[in-house]
Design a protein around this ligand. Sequence first.
Ligand SMILES: Nc1ncnc2c1ncn2[C@@H]1O[C@H](COP(=O)(O)OP(=O)(O)OP(=O)(O)O)[C@@H](O)[C@H]1O
Length: 588
Amino acid sequence: MCQPTEINMHQMYVNILTYHRELLVSRLRSVQCVLDNLLVCGFLCEEDVEIVQRTVTKTDQVRKILELVQCKGEEACEYFLFILYTVCDAYIDLQPWLKEINYSPSNDMSGMKVVNTDPISRYCKRLRHEMSRDTSFIMSYGQQEETRLEDLYTDTLMELLSDSNESLGFVENLDQFLGDHATFNPEGEVIYVMGDAGVGKSILLQKLQNLWSKKELQTDAIFFFKFRCRMFSIFKDTEKISLRDLLFKYNCYPDHDPDNEVFDYILRFPEKVIFTFDGYDEIQEDLDQLNVPEVVSPEDSGHPLQLLISLLCGKLLKGSQKVLTARTGIEIQSRVIRKKVVLRGFSPTHLKTYIDLHFKEQEHRELVSVQLDASPHLCGLCSTPLFCWIVFKSFRHLHTMHDSFHLPDTCITLTDIFLLLSEVFLSRSASPAPSLLKKTTRCASDTFKAGLGPLAAFAKLALQGMERGSFICSQEEITACGLTEEDLPLGFLRPVNEYDARGSSANFEFLHMTLQSFLAAFALVVDEQAAANSILKFFTECSRQRDPSCHSFDFCISSSSKPSENKLFATNEHLQFINLFLCGCSDH
Ligand SMILES: Nc1ncnc2c1ncn2[C@@H]1O[C@H](COP(=O)(O)OP(=O)(O)OP(=O)(O)O)[C@@H](O)[C@H]1O
Protein backbone atom coordinates (compact mmCIF):
# COMPACT_ATOMS: atom_id res chain seq x y z
CA MET A 1 0.00 0.00 0.00
CA CYS A 2 1.23 3.46 -0.88
CA GLN A 3 2.17 5.54 2.17
CA PRO A 4 2.17 9.35 2.01
CA THR A 5 5.90 9.37 2.81
CA GLU A 6 6.62 7.48 -0.40
CA ILE A 7 5.01 10.15 -2.51
CA ASN A 8 6.46 13.37 -3.89
CA MET A 9 5.81 15.68 -0.92
CA HIS A 10 4.85 18.72 -3.06
CA GLN A 11 2.10 16.83 -4.76
CA MET A 12 1.30 14.44 -1.93
CA TYR A 13 -2.50 14.82 -1.80
CA VAL A 14 -2.91 15.20 -5.55
CA ASN A 15 -0.98 11.94 -5.93
CA ILE A 16 -3.00 10.15 -3.28
CA LEU A 17 -6.15 10.91 -5.22
CA THR A 18 -4.60 9.70 -8.46
CA TYR A 19 -3.22 6.53 -6.92
CA HIS A 20 -6.45 5.60 -5.11
CA ARG A 21 -8.84 6.90 -7.73
CA GLU A 22 -10.46 3.54 -8.37
CA LEU A 23 -11.12 2.90 -4.70
CA LEU A 24 -12.55 6.38 -4.18
CA VAL A 25 -14.82 6.07 -7.19
CA SER A 26 -16.24 2.78 -5.97
CA ARG A 27 -16.60 3.66 -2.28
CA LEU A 28 -17.54 7.31 -2.10
CA ARG A 29 -21.31 7.51 -2.10
CA SER A 30 -22.51 10.72 -0.55
CA VAL A 31 -21.48 13.30 -3.15
CA GLN A 32 -23.63 16.15 -1.87
CA CYS A 33 -21.75 16.72 1.37
CA VAL A 34 -18.40 16.87 -0.45
CA LEU A 35 -19.77 19.34 -3.00
CA ASP A 36 -21.41 21.55 -0.36
CA ASN A 37 -18.20 21.90 1.63
CA LEU A 38 -15.90 22.40 -1.36
CA LEU A 39 -18.25 25.14 -2.53
CA VAL A 40 -18.50 26.92 0.83
CA CYS A 41 -14.72 26.93 1.24
CA GLY A 42 -14.22 28.31 -2.25
CA PHE A 43 -12.41 25.30 -3.71
CA LEU A 44 -15.21 24.88 -6.23
CA CYS A 45 -17.46 27.49 -7.79
CA GLU A 46 -21.18 27.23 -8.56
CA GLU A 47 -20.39 26.32 -12.14
CA ASP A 48 -18.14 23.42 -11.06
CA VAL A 49 -20.93 22.11 -8.86
CA GLU A 50 -23.41 22.30 -11.71
CA ILE A 51 -21.03 20.40 -13.98
CA VAL A 52 -20.79 17.61 -11.39
CA GLN A 53 -24.55 17.52 -10.84
CA ARG A 54 -25.23 17.29 -14.55
CA THR A 55 -23.24 14.06 -14.68
CA VAL A 56 -25.66 11.18 -14.58
CA THR A 57 -24.17 8.38 -12.48
CA LYS A 58 -22.76 8.60 -8.96
CA THR A 59 -19.44 7.11 -10.02
CA ASP A 60 -19.05 9.66 -12.84
CA GLN A 61 -19.88 12.43 -10.38
CA VAL A 62 -17.05 11.24 -8.11
CA ARG A 63 -14.66 11.07 -11.11
CA LYS A 64 -15.57 14.65 -11.98
CA ILE A 65 -15.04 15.88 -8.41
CA LEU A 66 -11.64 14.19 -8.27
CA GLU A 67 -10.65 15.79 -11.56
CA LEU A 68 -11.77 19.22 -10.37
CA VAL A 69 -10.07 19.15 -6.97
CA GLN A 70 -6.87 17.81 -8.51
CA CYS A 71 -6.89 20.74 -10.93
CA LYS A 72 -7.30 23.13 -8.00
CA GLY A 73 -4.17 21.78 -6.34
CA GLU A 74 -2.79 20.40 -3.08
CA GLU A 75 -4.92 22.33 -0.63
CA ALA A 76 -8.17 21.41 -2.37
CA CYS A 77 -7.16 17.75 -2.44
CA GLU A 78 -6.27 17.76 1.21
CA TYR A 79 -9.52 19.49 2.10
CA PHE A 80 -11.34 16.81 0.11
CA LEU A 81 -9.70 14.14 2.32
CA PHE A 82 -10.41 16.22 5.40
CA ILE A 83 -14.14 16.15 4.58
CA LEU A 84 -14.10 12.35 4.33
CA TYR A 85 -12.20 12.17 7.60
CA THR A 86 -14.46 14.57 9.51
CA VAL A 87 -17.86 13.34 8.36
CA CYS A 88 -16.98 9.77 9.28
CA ASP A 89 -20.60 8.56 9.63
CA ALA A 90 -21.34 9.34 6.01
CA TYR A 91 -18.02 8.04 4.67
CA ILE A 92 -17.91 4.97 6.85
CA ASP A 93 -16.67 2.82 3.94
CA LEU A 94 -13.63 5.04 3.55
CA GLN A 95 -12.51 5.15 7.17
CA PRO A 96 -10.36 1.98 7.00
CA TRP A 97 -8.68 3.35 3.90
CA LEU A 98 -7.93 6.70 5.57
CA LYS A 99 -6.31 4.73 8.38
CA GLU A 100 -4.32 2.66 5.91
CA ILE A 101 -2.81 5.71 4.27
CA ASN A 102 -2.15 7.17 7.74
CA TYR A 103 -4.18 10.25 7.01
CA SER A 104 -4.35 12.77 9.78
CA PRO A 105 -5.26 16.41 9.22
CA SER A 106 -2.37 18.87 8.94
CA ASN A 107 -2.34 21.97 11.16
CA ASP A 108 -3.69 24.09 8.31
CA MET A 109 -6.65 21.77 7.87
CA SER A 110 -7.58 21.53 11.53
CA GLY A 111 -8.69 25.14 11.50
CA MET A 112 -11.02 24.62 8.54
CA LYS A 113 -14.73 24.10 8.89
CA VAL A 114 -16.65 21.10 7.58
CA VAL A 115 -20.44 21.03 7.75
CA ASN A 116 -22.15 17.67 7.68
CA THR A 117 -24.84 17.95 5.03
CA ASP A 118 -24.95 14.23 4.36
CA PRO A 119 -28.54 12.95 4.35
CA ILE A 120 -27.63 9.80 6.30
CA SER A 121 -25.86 11.57 9.13
CA ARG A 122 -28.57 14.19 9.25
CA TYR A 123 -31.22 11.51 9.41
CA CYS A 124 -29.41 9.68 12.23
CA LYS A 125 -29.20 12.92 14.15
CA ARG A 126 -32.87 13.57 13.65
CA LEU A 127 -33.82 10.03 14.68
CA ARG A 128 -31.84 10.42 17.90
CA HIS A 129 -33.41 13.79 18.54
CA GLU A 130 -36.97 12.55 18.04
CA MET A 131 -36.28 9.37 19.98
CA SER A 132 -35.00 11.41 22.89
CA ARG A 133 -38.08 13.64 22.83
CA ASP A 134 -40.45 10.63 22.66
CA THR A 135 -38.81 8.59 25.39
CA SER A 136 -37.77 11.06 28.06
CA PHE A 137 -41.07 10.89 29.93
CA ILE A 138 -42.86 7.99 31.52
CA MET A 139 -46.62 7.53 31.30
CA SER A 140 -48.54 9.14 34.07
CA TYR A 141 -52.18 9.80 34.62
CA GLY A 142 -54.19 12.92 34.20
CA GLN A 143 -52.52 13.89 30.92
CA GLN A 144 -50.88 16.94 32.48
CA GLU A 145 -48.54 15.05 34.77
CA GLU A 146 -45.27 13.88 33.40
CA THR A 147 -42.39 12.12 35.09
CA ARG A 148 -38.94 11.97 33.60
CA LEU A 149 -37.88 8.44 32.76
CA GLU A 150 -34.50 8.92 34.39
CA ASP A 151 -36.16 10.06 37.63
CA LEU A 152 -38.22 6.89 38.03
CA TYR A 153 -36.64 4.08 35.98
CA THR A 154 -35.49 1.31 38.27
CA ASP A 155 -33.71 -1.88 37.27
CA THR A 156 -35.77 -5.04 37.35
CA LEU A 157 -34.84 -8.71 37.42
CA MET A 158 -34.14 -9.86 33.86
CA GLU A 159 -33.49 -13.55 33.63
CA LEU A 160 -31.80 -15.06 30.59
CA LEU A 161 -33.21 -18.36 29.39
CA SER A 162 -31.92 -21.10 27.16
CA ASP A 163 -33.79 -22.58 24.25
CA SER A 164 -35.36 -25.07 26.65
CA ASN A 165 -36.18 -22.35 29.19
CA GLU A 166 -33.42 -23.18 31.65
CA SER A 167 -31.95 -20.24 33.50
CA LEU A 168 -28.71 -18.81 32.11
CA GLY A 169 -28.43 -16.21 34.88
CA PHE A 170 -29.51 -12.60 35.05
CA VAL A 171 -28.76 -9.58 32.85
CA GLU A 172 -26.31 -7.49 34.85
CA ASN A 173 -26.59 -4.26 32.94
CA LEU A 174 -28.34 -3.02 29.85
CA ASP A 175 -25.15 -3.06 27.76
CA GLN A 176 -25.26 -6.84 28.07
CA PHE A 177 -28.76 -6.84 26.71
CA LEU A 178 -27.97 -6.46 23.01
CA GLY A 179 -24.60 -8.21 23.10
CA ASP A 180 -23.84 -11.88 22.43
CA HIS A 181 -24.05 -12.88 26.09
CA ALA A 182 -26.46 -15.86 26.54
CA THR A 183 -27.14 -16.16 22.82
CA PHE A 184 -28.28 -19.73 22.24
CA ASN A 185 -28.97 -19.43 18.53
CA PRO A 186 -26.58 -17.22 16.53
CA GLU A 187 -28.71 -17.71 13.40
CA GLY A 188 -31.75 -16.13 15.08
CA GLU A 189 -32.06 -12.35 15.02
CA VAL A 190 -34.75 -11.72 17.62
CA ILE A 191 -34.11 -10.90 21.27
CA TYR A 192 -37.35 -12.14 22.75
CA VAL A 193 -38.48 -10.40 25.94
CA MET A 194 -41.30 -12.04 27.83
CA GLY A 195 -43.12 -11.06 30.98
CA ASP A 196 -46.46 -10.78 32.71
CA ALA A 197 -48.80 -7.81 32.33
CA GLY A 198 -47.30 -4.66 33.81
CA VAL A 199 -43.89 -6.16 34.55
CA GLY A 200 -42.14 -3.44 32.57
CA LYS A 201 -41.56 -4.70 29.01
CA SER A 202 -42.53 -1.41 27.36
CA ILE A 203 -40.54 0.61 29.87
CA LEU A 204 -37.48 -1.55 29.25
CA LEU A 205 -37.73 -0.79 25.52
CA GLN A 206 -38.24 2.88 26.33
CA LYS A 207 -35.09 2.83 28.43
CA LEU A 208 -33.08 1.18 25.62
CA GLN A 209 -34.43 3.73 23.14
CA ASN A 210 -33.62 6.60 25.45
CA LEU A 211 -30.07 5.36 26.07
CA TRP A 212 -29.53 4.99 22.34
CA SER A 213 -30.84 8.50 21.71
CA LYS A 214 -28.16 9.81 24.07
CA LYS A 215 -25.46 7.55 22.54
CA GLU A 216 -25.24 5.76 25.88
CA LEU A 217 -26.17 2.31 24.63
CA GLN A 218 -23.31 0.03 23.66
CA THR A 219 -24.11 -0.65 20.01
CA ASP A 220 -22.91 0.24 16.52
CA ALA A 221 -26.46 0.81 15.36
CA ILE A 222 -27.03 4.25 13.89
CA PHE A 223 -30.72 3.70 13.08
CA PHE A 224 -33.38 2.76 15.62
CA PHE A 225 -36.97 2.15 14.58
CA LYS A 226 -39.59 1.56 17.24
CA PHE A 227 -43.01 0.07 16.71
CA ARG A 228 -45.90 -0.92 18.91
CA CYS A 229 -47.45 -4.09 17.59
CA ARG A 230 -51.00 -2.83 18.19
CA MET A 231 -50.34 -0.42 15.35
CA PHE A 232 -50.25 -3.33 12.89
CA SER A 233 -53.87 -4.14 13.72
CA ILE A 234 -55.27 -0.84 12.50
CA PHE A 235 -54.72 -1.62 8.81
CA LYS A 236 -57.39 -3.13 6.60
CA ASP A 237 -56.64 -6.61 5.27
CA THR A 238 -56.21 -5.22 1.78
CA GLU A 239 -53.91 -2.35 2.73
CA LYS A 240 -50.35 -2.44 1.45
CA ILE A 241 -47.28 -0.47 2.27
CA SER A 242 -43.62 -0.51 1.25
CA LEU A 243 -40.83 -1.25 3.71
CA ARG A 244 -39.51 2.26 3.17
CA ASP A 245 -42.84 3.80 4.16
CA LEU A 246 -43.25 1.49 7.12
CA LEU A 247 -39.91 2.60 8.52
CA PHE A 248 -40.15 6.29 7.78
CA LYS A 249 -43.86 7.01 8.16
CA TYR A 250 -44.04 5.60 11.66
CA ASN A 251 -40.73 7.01 12.82
CA CYS A 252 -39.60 9.96 10.72
CA TYR A 253 -38.86 10.79 7.10
CA PRO A 254 -35.39 11.88 6.00
CA ASP A 255 -35.11 15.54 4.99
CA HIS A 256 -33.52 16.48 1.66
CA ASP A 257 -32.77 13.03 0.41
CA PRO A 258 -33.62 13.22 -3.28
CA ASP A 259 -31.54 10.17 -4.16
CA ASN A 260 -33.06 7.95 -1.47
CA GLU A 261 -29.64 7.55 0.09
CA VAL A 262 -30.92 6.83 3.58
CA PHE A 263 -33.03 3.89 2.58
CA ASP A 264 -30.31 2.57 0.27
CA TYR A 265 -27.85 2.76 3.15
CA ILE A 266 -30.25 0.83 5.41
CA LEU A 267 -30.54 -1.88 2.75
CA ARG A 268 -26.75 -2.06 2.40
CA PHE A 269 -25.99 -2.06 6.11
CA PRO A 270 -28.91 -3.71 7.92
CA GLU A 271 -26.59 -4.50 10.83
CA LYS A 272 -26.65 -0.78 11.58
CA VAL A 273 -30.36 -0.98 12.43
CA ILE A 274 -32.15 -1.87 15.66
CA PHE A 275 -35.88 -2.49 15.75
CA THR A 276 -38.09 -2.75 18.78
CA PHE A 277 -41.54 -4.29 18.43
CA ASP A 278 -43.56 -3.93 21.60
CA GLY A 279 -46.48 -6.19 22.52
CA TYR A 280 -46.60 -9.03 19.99
CA ASP A 281 -49.55 -10.35 22.02
CA GLU A 282 -51.55 -7.30 20.96
CA ILE A 283 -51.74 -8.29 17.32
CA GLN A 284 -55.36 -9.10 16.65
CA GLU A 285 -55.32 -10.28 13.05
CA ASP A 286 -55.29 -13.82 11.96
CA LEU A 287 -52.23 -13.83 9.72
CA ASP A 288 -53.51 -16.86 7.84
CA GLN A 289 -56.50 -14.85 6.66
CA LEU A 290 -54.38 -12.25 4.94
CA ASN A 291 -53.85 -14.56 2.01
CA VAL A 292 -51.14 -12.55 0.29
CA PRO A 293 -47.72 -13.82 -0.72
CA GLU A 294 -44.78 -13.41 1.61
CA VAL A 295 -42.79 -10.22 1.25
CA VAL A 296 -39.14 -10.80 0.60
CA SER A 297 -38.01 -8.02 -1.68
CA PRO A 298 -37.48 -4.67 0.03
CA GLU A 299 -38.93 -3.00 -3.05
CA ASP A 300 -42.26 -4.86 -2.84
CA SER A 301 -45.26 -3.61 -0.95
CA GLY A 302 -47.16 -5.85 1.39
CA HIS A 303 -49.55 -5.85 4.29
CA PRO A 304 -47.75 -4.27 7.27
CA LEU A 305 -48.12 -7.50 9.24
CA GLN A 306 -46.32 -9.38 6.52
CA LEU A 307 -43.53 -6.86 6.53
CA LEU A 308 -43.32 -7.35 10.29
CA ILE A 309 -43.11 -11.10 10.00
CA SER A 310 -40.55 -10.88 7.16
CA LEU A 311 -38.43 -8.57 9.30
CA LEU A 312 -38.61 -10.86 12.33
CA CYS A 313 -37.72 -13.89 10.25
CA GLY A 314 -34.77 -12.12 8.65
CA LYS A 315 -36.27 -12.24 5.18
CA LEU A 316 -36.11 -8.46 5.09
CA LEU A 317 -33.09 -6.51 6.36
CA LYS A 318 -31.26 -9.66 7.38
CA GLY A 319 -28.70 -8.89 10.04
CA SER A 320 -30.64 -6.11 11.74
CA GLN A 321 -31.20 -6.46 15.48
CA LYS A 322 -34.75 -6.97 16.66
CA VAL A 323 -36.14 -6.82 20.17
CA LEU A 324 -39.64 -8.25 20.43
CA THR A 325 -41.74 -8.18 23.58
CA ALA A 326 -44.81 -10.23 24.44
CA ARG A 327 -46.77 -11.36 27.46
CA THR A 328 -45.67 -14.64 29.04
CA GLY A 329 -47.24 -17.62 27.34
CA ILE A 330 -46.97 -16.38 23.76
CA GLU A 331 -44.62 -18.82 22.11
CA ILE A 332 -42.74 -18.12 18.91
CA GLN A 333 -40.48 -20.48 17.00
CA SER A 334 -37.05 -20.89 18.54
CA ARG A 335 -35.34 -20.75 15.19
CA VAL A 336 -35.93 -17.01 14.89
CA ILE A 337 -34.96 -16.33 18.52
CA ARG A 338 -31.40 -15.35 19.28
CA LYS A 339 -31.82 -15.09 23.01
CA LYS A 340 -34.64 -15.05 25.50
CA VAL A 341 -35.09 -12.70 28.41
CA VAL A 342 -37.87 -13.03 30.93
CA LEU A 343 -38.73 -10.06 33.13
CA ARG A 344 -39.35 -10.94 36.77
CA GLY A 345 -40.17 -7.50 38.21
CA PHE A 346 -38.71 -5.74 41.22
CA SER A 347 -36.57 -7.63 43.76
CA PRO A 348 -36.88 -6.34 47.37
CA THR A 349 -33.78 -4.19 46.75
CA HIS A 350 -35.22 -2.76 43.53
CA LEU A 351 -38.46 -2.05 45.38
CA LYS A 352 -36.55 -0.10 48.01
CA THR A 353 -34.86 1.96 45.28
CA TYR A 354 -38.22 2.54 43.60
CA ILE A 355 -39.77 3.77 46.88
CA ASP A 356 -36.92 6.24 47.29
CA LEU A 357 -37.31 7.50 43.73
CA HIS A 358 -41.07 7.70 43.95
CA PHE A 359 -41.39 9.53 47.25
CA LYS A 360 -39.31 12.61 47.79
CA GLU A 361 -40.49 13.05 51.41
CA GLN A 362 -38.69 10.89 53.97
CA GLU A 363 -41.93 10.66 55.99
CA HIS A 364 -43.73 9.05 53.04
CA ARG A 365 -40.86 6.69 52.31
CA GLU A 366 -40.91 5.42 55.85
CA LEU A 367 -44.68 5.15 56.04
CA VAL A 368 -44.86 3.15 52.80
CA SER A 369 -41.96 0.87 53.78
CA VAL A 370 -43.59 0.12 57.14
CA GLN A 371 -46.96 -0.59 55.54
CA LEU A 372 -45.38 -2.81 52.88
CA ASP A 373 -43.38 -4.74 55.47
CA ALA A 374 -46.60 -5.34 57.37
CA SER A 375 -48.32 -6.83 54.34
CA PRO A 376 -46.32 -9.50 52.50
CA HIS A 377 -49.28 -9.91 50.18
CA LEU A 378 -49.22 -6.29 49.07
CA CYS A 379 -45.43 -6.47 48.89
CA GLY A 380 -45.77 -9.42 46.50
CA LEU A 381 -48.11 -7.45 44.23
CA CYS A 382 -45.69 -4.54 44.28
CA SER A 383 -42.98 -6.66 42.69
CA THR A 384 -44.90 -5.95 39.46
CA PRO A 385 -43.92 -2.36 38.59
CA LEU A 386 -47.35 -1.41 37.18
CA PHE A 387 -49.21 -2.47 40.33
CA CYS A 388 -46.54 -0.88 42.46
CA TRP A 389 -46.92 2.37 40.55
CA ILE A 390 -50.71 2.34 40.98
CA VAL A 391 -50.43 1.61 44.70
CA PHE A 392 -47.85 4.35 45.25
CA LYS A 393 -49.70 6.91 43.13
CA SER A 394 -52.93 6.13 44.97
CA PHE A 395 -51.16 6.33 48.30
CA ARG A 396 -49.68 9.70 47.49
CA HIS A 397 -53.01 11.09 46.26
CA LEU A 398 -55.22 9.70 49.01
CA HIS A 399 -52.71 10.51 51.70
CA THR A 400 -52.68 14.14 50.57
CA MET A 401 -56.47 14.26 50.49
CA HIS A 402 -57.31 12.43 53.68
CA ASP A 403 -55.84 12.35 57.16
CA SER A 404 -55.84 8.68 57.84
CA PHE A 405 -55.15 6.80 54.65
CA HIS A 406 -53.36 3.50 54.97
CA LEU A 407 -52.51 1.03 52.30
CA PRO A 408 -54.80 -1.99 52.58
CA ASP A 409 -53.08 -4.59 54.73
CA THR A 410 -55.37 -7.58 54.39
CA CYS A 411 -55.49 -9.82 51.33
CA ILE A 412 -55.44 -7.19 48.58
CA THR A 413 -56.34 -8.35 45.08
CA LEU A 414 -55.62 -6.96 41.63
CA THR A 415 -59.25 -5.85 41.48
CA ASP A 416 -58.70 -3.84 44.69
CA ILE A 417 -55.74 -2.17 43.07
CA PHE A 418 -57.70 -1.13 40.00
CA LEU A 419 -60.65 0.01 42.15
CA LEU A 420 -58.19 2.13 44.08
CA LEU A 421 -56.90 3.64 40.85
CA SER A 422 -60.46 4.36 39.67
CA GLU A 423 -61.25 5.98 43.02
CA VAL A 424 -58.21 8.21 42.61
CA PHE A 425 -59.24 9.22 39.10
CA LEU A 426 -62.81 9.96 40.14
CA SER A 427 -61.85 11.82 43.30
CA ARG A 428 -59.54 14.08 41.30
CA SER A 429 -62.56 15.57 39.57
CA ALA A 430 -64.94 15.48 42.52
CA SER A 431 -62.88 17.18 45.18
CA PRO A 432 -61.35 20.63 45.26
CA ALA A 433 -57.59 20.80 45.75
CA PRO A 434 -56.85 19.79 49.35
CA SER A 435 -55.77 22.53 51.67
CA LEU A 436 -52.98 21.90 54.12
CA LEU A 437 -55.22 22.46 57.10
CA LYS A 438 -58.49 20.94 56.07
CA LYS A 439 -58.40 17.35 54.87
CA THR A 440 -61.55 15.42 54.15
CA THR A 441 -62.57 12.02 55.41
CA ARG A 442 -62.23 9.39 52.75
CA CYS A 443 -65.44 7.75 51.66
CA ALA A 444 -64.80 5.50 48.66
CA SER A 445 -68.44 4.62 48.11
CA ASP A 446 -69.42 8.31 47.87
CA THR A 447 -66.65 8.89 45.34
CA PHE A 448 -67.88 5.96 43.25
CA LYS A 449 -71.52 7.05 43.51
CA ALA A 450 -70.64 10.57 42.40
CA GLY A 451 -68.48 9.34 39.53
CA LEU A 452 -70.58 6.41 38.40
CA GLY A 453 -71.69 8.18 35.20
CA PRO A 454 -68.22 8.66 33.66
CA LEU A 455 -66.95 5.40 35.16
CA ALA A 456 -69.74 3.41 33.48
CA ALA A 457 -69.10 5.27 30.22
CA PHE A 458 -65.35 4.50 30.29
CA ALA A 459 -66.23 0.89 31.13
CA LYS A 460 -68.58 0.67 28.15
CA LEU A 461 -65.87 2.05 25.88
CA ALA A 462 -63.39 -0.50 27.23
CA LEU A 463 -65.78 -3.38 26.70
CA GLN A 464 -66.65 -2.32 23.16
CA GLY A 465 -62.96 -2.17 22.34
CA MET A 466 -62.34 -5.64 23.75
CA GLU A 467 -65.28 -7.04 21.80
CA ARG A 468 -63.84 -5.54 18.61
CA GLY A 469 -60.36 -6.71 19.58
CA SER A 470 -59.12 -3.13 19.55
CA PHE A 471 -56.96 -1.21 21.99
CA ILE A 472 -57.38 2.12 20.25
CA CYS A 473 -60.53 4.22 20.29
CA SER A 474 -61.53 7.21 18.22
CA GLN A 475 -63.05 10.48 19.35
CA GLU A 476 -66.38 9.39 17.82
CA GLU A 477 -66.45 6.18 19.84
CA ILE A 478 -65.65 8.12 23.00
CA THR A 479 -68.50 10.57 22.38
CA ALA A 480 -70.90 7.75 21.49
CA CYS A 481 -70.30 6.23 24.94
CA GLY A 482 -71.47 9.48 26.54
CA LEU A 483 -68.08 10.83 27.56
CA THR A 484 -67.45 14.56 27.40
CA GLU A 485 -64.37 16.78 27.06
CA GLU A 486 -64.28 17.19 30.85
CA ASP A 487 -64.08 13.44 31.42
CA LEU A 488 -60.93 12.96 29.34
CA PRO A 489 -58.43 14.53 31.77
CA LEU A 490 -59.58 12.19 34.58
CA GLY A 491 -56.77 9.86 33.57
CA PHE A 492 -58.38 6.70 32.21
CA LEU A 493 -57.43 7.51 28.62
CA ARG A 494 -54.39 9.01 26.99
CA PRO A 495 -53.91 10.29 23.46
CA VAL A 496 -51.97 8.24 20.94
CA ASN A 497 -50.11 10.33 18.44
CA GLU A 498 -48.17 7.67 16.60
CA TYR A 499 -51.00 6.68 14.31
CA ASP A 500 -51.88 10.17 13.11
CA ALA A 501 -49.64 9.63 10.11
CA ARG A 502 -52.50 7.64 8.60
CA GLY A 503 -54.55 10.79 8.54
CA SER A 504 -57.07 9.64 11.15
CA SER A 505 -58.34 12.12 13.70
CA ALA A 506 -57.21 12.04 17.33
CA ASN A 507 -57.11 8.55 18.82
CA PHE A 508 -56.94 7.45 22.42
CA GLU A 509 -56.02 4.33 24.32
CA PHE A 510 -56.49 3.27 27.91
CA LEU A 511 -53.71 4.26 30.26
CA HIS A 512 -52.69 0.61 30.36
CA MET A 513 -54.18 -2.45 28.72
CA THR A 514 -54.85 -4.06 32.09
CA LEU A 515 -57.00 -1.03 32.97
CA GLN A 516 -59.03 -1.66 29.81
CA SER A 517 -59.52 -5.32 30.87
CA PHE A 518 -60.59 -4.22 34.35
CA LEU A 519 -63.09 -1.69 33.01
CA ALA A 520 -64.47 -4.20 30.50
CA ALA A 521 -65.16 -6.59 33.38
CA PHE A 522 -66.67 -3.73 35.37
CA ALA A 523 -69.02 -2.93 32.44
CA LEU A 524 -70.23 -6.52 32.36
CA VAL A 525 -70.86 -6.57 36.11
CA VAL A 526 -72.74 -3.26 36.30
CA ASP A 527 -74.92 -3.94 33.26
CA GLU A 528 -78.20 -4.79 34.96
CA GLN A 529 -79.88 -5.76 31.73
CA ALA A 530 -77.23 -8.25 30.67
CA ALA A 531 -78.20 -11.90 30.80
CA ALA A 532 -75.97 -14.17 32.88
CA ASN A 533 -74.63 -15.97 29.83
CA SER A 534 -73.54 -12.73 28.17
CA ILE A 535 -71.60 -11.75 31.31
CA LEU A 536 -69.71 -14.99 31.04
CA LYS A 537 -69.15 -14.78 27.28
CA PHE A 538 -65.38 -14.34 27.56
CA PHE A 539 -65.11 -17.51 29.64
CA THR A 540 -66.74 -19.44 26.82
CA GLU A 541 -64.54 -17.69 24.27
CA CYS A 542 -61.37 -18.59 26.14
CA SER A 543 -62.28 -22.21 26.66
CA ARG A 544 -63.00 -22.55 22.94
CA GLN A 545 -59.57 -21.32 21.95
CA ARG A 546 -56.68 -23.66 21.51
CA ASP A 547 -53.43 -23.58 23.35
CA PRO A 548 -50.89 -20.98 22.39
CA SER A 549 -48.89 -22.12 19.42
CA CYS A 550 -46.72 -20.60 16.77
CA HIS A 551 -49.28 -19.84 14.08
CA SER A 552 -47.87 -16.63 12.76
CA PHE A 553 -44.32 -17.82 12.58
CA ASP A 554 -45.35 -21.11 11.00
CA PHE A 555 -46.95 -18.94 8.42
CA CYS A 556 -43.78 -17.18 7.48
CA ILE A 557 -41.18 -19.84 7.99
CA SER A 558 -42.70 -22.85 6.47
CA SER A 559 -44.97 -22.36 3.52
CA SER A 560 -46.20 -25.92 3.92
CA SER A 561 -47.58 -25.30 7.38
CA LYS A 562 -51.32 -25.76 7.65
CA PRO A 563 -53.29 -22.60 8.18
CA SER A 564 -55.14 -22.51 11.47
CA GLU A 565 -58.85 -21.74 11.64
CA ASN A 566 -58.73 -19.91 14.93
CA LYS A 567 -58.08 -16.26 15.59
CA LEU A 568 -54.63 -15.51 16.82
CA PHE A 569 -53.88 -16.90 20.24
CA ALA A 570 -53.01 -13.45 21.43
CA THR A 571 -56.59 -12.37 21.99
CA ASN A 572 -56.99 -15.02 24.63
CA GLU A 573 -54.60 -13.39 27.07
CA HIS A 574 -56.57 -10.15 27.29
CA LEU A 575 -59.87 -11.96 27.61
CA GLN A 576 -58.40 -14.04 30.41
CA PHE A 577 -57.68 -10.81 32.23
CA ILE A 578 -61.28 -9.73 31.88
CA ASN A 579 -62.34 -13.06 33.39
CA LEU A 580 -59.95 -12.58 36.26
CA PHE A 581 -61.40 -9.15 36.98
CA LEU A 582 -64.95 -10.47 36.57
CA CYS A 583 -64.30 -12.87 39.44
CA GLY A 584 -62.73 -10.02 41.43
CA CYS A 585 -65.55 -7.55 40.74
CA SER A 586 -68.29 -10.01 41.66
CA ASP A 587 -66.59 -10.48 45.05
CA HIS A 588 -67.20 -6.81 45.90
N1 LIG B 1 -38.27 -0.51 35.30
C1 LIG B 1 -39.25 0.28 35.72
N2 LIG B 1 -38.98 1.32 36.53
C2 LIG B 1 -39.97 2.12 36.95
N3 LIG B 1 -41.26 1.97 36.64
C3 LIG B 1 -41.59 0.95 35.85
C4 LIG B 1 -40.61 0.05 35.35
N4 LIG B 1 -41.22 -0.87 34.59
C5 LIG B 1 -42.53 -0.57 34.61
N5 LIG B 1 -42.76 0.52 35.36
C6 LIG B 1 -44.09 1.13 35.63
O1 LIG B 1 -45.10 0.19 35.29
C7 LIG B 1 -45.92 0.69 34.22
C8 LIG B 1 -46.28 -0.44 33.29
O2 LIG B 1 -45.12 -0.96 32.66
P1 LIG B 1 -45.13 -1.48 31.16
O3 LIG B 1 -46.18 -0.78 30.37
O4 LIG B 1 -43.73 -1.41 30.67
O5 LIG B 1 -45.57 -2.99 31.37
P2 LIG B 1 -45.70 -4.12 30.26
O6 LIG B 1 -44.91 -5.28 30.74
O7 LIG B 1 -45.34 -3.57 28.91
O8 LIG B 1 -47.26 -4.46 30.35
P3 LIG B 1 -48.26 -5.10 29.24
O9 LIG B 1 -47.82 -6.49 28.93
O10 LIG B 1 -49.59 -5.10 29.92
O11 LIG B 1 -48.22 -4.17 28.07
C9 LIG B 1 -45.09 1.79 33.60
O12 LIG B 1 -45.88 2.77 32.99
C10 LIG B 1 -44.33 2.35 34.77
O13 LIG B 1 -45.11 3.26 35.51
